[in-house]
Design a protein. Structure first.
Length: 492
């Protein structure tokens, strides 16, 4: 029981308004959230590490700065960071035994930017090992529970960040999205998650999974908060050679400008409403489409004909890139080392005991796809098909401003339900991986419930179309109340 739960469920913009008016201090706010962590995180298990002293010290410094008349876009706001994003001096495990004791000597650019915006860091959140998974069950440490029903997964791989925001144990969070890992857990936990355009947010300090797919993205209580967080972390960074050198708009202002959904052309890709998806999910998403039409959107049926190849393309490219990225964990440079007099045996033993089964599976799949004799048939074919997929999207942007579709074919499933069937788990990504393959942006917003669990609506935009998807999402959110509902147990 936490006396200050109301503070814990403030949105970031509400918290900032209260902080500015002096109604609450950052220390009070941070303490309330730490108390909430104490009261619910033993059940939810969103956090791998919790940093109460550090957070309170940062909160105190934030209050001090505010008292001196300084400001900052996130001054005094307590946030959580997914544990695949490097934090200086703070263990960054990637949910893996191999990095269990790894303490980065630097901050990821996104973290550094939040820091200079004045944010307070509460701790590091649970993730599938190296962000490989859709449920957090592949974390080497423990599985995070969904705050709406603790027998179910929170989604993944940023399940810890999503569960923290939904359980009132962080006001917002950063996650990473390689194939859906921000949008899908956001959908399953009833919050907002945004995957930016590839290159919009620096990947410097984000531990690599699939380098051509990875993006850091915000998880938040509402669309405005997602826009605030994105404004803080986006922008060019010379340390990431794929970072886009394009000005960062004021996303909050652009989101609120204009006519909302009125006159917006919203494409509905027929391939994203497939047989086998949960009826309740389809119903909620279709109702959201109707709502958007009522708000003046012009719904247009569109086709992305190569959609059926998304999962195979993604699981060839992501595993190929992962197998190469994970070659660096050799017991010499980072983390765990299992010593053996024989050098090769040191490598083998370190990797054998440091990596979990899903990571090993992916290293084997990826190495296979890249090996001589299979490269042309697998990896090269996947890259060619990826180009066809990109053309599908380019064609669609000639007709519409955004696309609207589900985030995930089902709501959060039960813990253990899919863990022994990797293919079933991979199929959970059927609506999300395409955006990573083509580098475009997408946002998940709550749009209803199925089986008493939250459903997410996905709005997709072209490269650097963040303002457009935010505007559409904001207009939809303003007209509905799904985002204002929270899991009952966490509020007690
Ligand atoms: N679920 C997908 C996978 O397992 C996506 C993961 C992610 O986005 N990090 O690869």
């Amino acid at each position: 029981m936490n006396a200050n739960t109301d503070l814990c469920f403030l949105t970031i913009h509400e918290a900032l308004a209260s902080l500015r008016r002096g109604e609450v201090s950052s220390v009070e706010l941070t303490q309330a959230v730490l108390d909430q962590i104490l009261s619910v995180d033993n059940q939810v298990r969103a956090y791998i590490s919790i940093l109460p002293e550090e957070a309170l010290a940062q909160a105190e410094a934030a209050d001090q700065r505010r008292a001196e008349g300084q400001n900052g876009p996130l001054l005094g706001v307590p946030l959580a960071i997914k544990d695949v994003i490097c934090t200086q001096g703070i263990t960054t495990t990637c949910g893996s035994r191999i990095l269990e004791d790894f303490v980065p000597p630097f901050d990821a650019t996104a973290v550094a930017r939040l820091r200079s915006a004045g944010a307070v860091f509460l701790g590091k959140t649970n993730t599938d090992e190296f962000a490989m998974g859709s449920s957090t069950e592949h974390s080497a440490f423990f599985t995070t529970a969904n705050p709406w029903d603790v027998e179910r997964v929170p989604g993944g791989s940023s399940g810890g960040s999503a569960a923290a925001v939904a359980a009132g144990t962080a006001l917002g969070a950063l996650g990473s999205d390689t194939g859906g890992s921000v949008r899908q857990p956001a959908a399953m936990c009833g919050i907002v998650g945004l995957k930016p355009t590839y290159g919009r947010v620096s990947r410097y300090g984000l531990v690599a999974h699939g380098s051509s797919l990875d993006q850091i993205g915000p998880l938040a209580r509402d669309v405005e908060d997602a826009a605030i967080l994105l404004s803080c972390v986006a922008g060019h960074d010379w340390r990431d050679s794929t970072s886009l050198d394009s000005p960062v708009p004021n996303y909050v202002a652009e989101m609120k400008a204009g006519d909302g959904l009125r006159g917006m052309k919203v494409g509905v890709p027929q391939e994203y409403f497939i047989e086998g998806m949960e009826a309740g999910v389809e119903a909620a998403v279709r109702a959201a489409l109707d709502e958007m039409a009522d708000l003046g959107a012009d719904l247009v049926d569109v086709s992305l004909p190569h959609t059926e190849y998304c999962i195979p393309i993604y699981y060839l490219i992501a595993t190929a890139e992962a197998s190469s990225n994970l070659a660096r964990y050799d017991g010499v440079r980072y983390g765990l080392r299992v010593n053996n007099p024989d050098m090769w045996q040191t490598y083998y033993d370190t990797r054998q005991s440091g990596f979990g089964p899903e990571v090993k599976r992916r290293i084997m799949l990826g190495t296979y796809a890249l090996s001589a004799g299979y490269y042309d048939a697998d990896y090269l074919k996947a890259q060619q098909a990826r180009t066809l997929l990109r053309r599908d999207f380019t064609r669609v942007w000639e007709q519409v401003d955004v696309l609207a579709c589900p985030v995930s074919p089902t709501v959060a499933f039960r813990i253990g339900q899919k863990i022994d069937d990797p293919l079933q788990m991979y199929l959970m990504d059927v609506f999300t991986v395409s955006l990573n393959l083509v580098g475009m942006c997408g946002i998940s917003v709550p749009c209803g419930f199925s089986d008493n669990m939250p459903v997410g609506l996905q709005l997709v935009g072209p490269a650097l179309g963040e303002s457009v998807i935010l505007r559409a999402a904001y207009a939809y959110e303003q007209a509905t109340s799904w985002h204002a509902q929270w899991p009952v147990d966490s509020r007690q």
